[in-house]
Unconditional design. Structure first.
Length: 249
């Protein structure tokens, strides 16, 4: 299909999981795609999988100055931008007594501050019309233990989706958000659990999902394609909760 034919897209955190699957979908829908990532190994794997036509941009999402360099790279390669999917992020799950200021600040830098200043840096590049999709989480809505900081960062992301949707629509930029529930991605393997503990945590989470299983990255990518395309031209400041019913319990 060609729902994104000719559109120029940037996906942050596009080397694994939801970001990588979204890049695949964007390419299949006719978009020109650029992705960011921090890990050299996953950047190279994404390059091999997505092909030489995809623009690969090494980037540390937490570094505000780096966001300006990302914007400049996109400008030089594409001349402008039609779609931004803000996906890069981290999840650290631990009880409140184990947090320190440095870890707290780092999580907000990656999940909130970096994306905020990336959007700011990209503003001169956005076409009219264009679309921004922010990746939030159901953890902004539910009181899951050990997610106090992660949930707070994602609540901030949802707030940005609402406020920026009102602020940027005069420029022709639509802003919306997706809030995934538990999705089978490498994110869970990065939480620092042993393999046995990880299986236990996954099993516990799965019992809370009425549909009975974790979602697939494609479940989220399909929604992002819709929000990035002209099919969603009347969708503004919305949140698509895609969680298998988990937040309804």
């Amino acid at each position: 299909m060609d729902r994104l034919k000719g559109k120029r897209a940037l996906i942050t955190g596009g080397t694994t999981g939801i970001g990588l699957e979204t890049a695949r979908r964007f390419l299949s829908e006719g978009a020109r795609v650029s992705i960011t990532g921090k890990n050299p190994a996953t950047l190279e794997n994404a390059r091999k999988e997505l092909g030489a036509d995809v623009l690969i941009i090494p980037s540390d999402t937490s570094d505000v100055a780096n966001q300006k360099r990302v914007a400049e790279t996109v400008r030089e390669a594409f001349g402008g931008l039609d779609v931004l999917f803000v996906n890069a992020g981290i999840a650290e799950l631990k009880p409140i007594e184990e947090w320190d200021e440095a870890a707290f600040d780092h999580n907000f830098a990656v999940n909130v501050k970096g994306p905020y200043f990336l959007i700011q840096a990209l503003l001169p590049l956005f076409a009219n019309p264009s679309a921004i999709v922010l990746n939030a989480s159901i953890n902004a809505h539910i009181g899951m233990p050990n997610t106090s900081v992660y949930g707070a960062t994602k609540a901030a992301v949802l707030s940005l989706a609402r406020t920026l949707s009102g602020e940027l629509i005069s420029r022709g930029i639509r802003v919306n958000a997706v809030s995934p529930g538990p999705i089978s991605t490498p994110l869970y393997s990065k939480l620092g659990f042993s393999e046995a503990d990880l299986k236990s945590v996954a099993a516990s989470i799965q019992t809370q999902v009425p549909i009975g299983h974790f979602g697939k990255t494609s479940d989220i990518a399909h929604a992002i394609v819709f929000l990035a395309s002209d099919e969603s031209a009347f969708t503004l400041g919305s949140e698509f909760v895609i969680d298998g019913g988990m937040s309804n319990l």
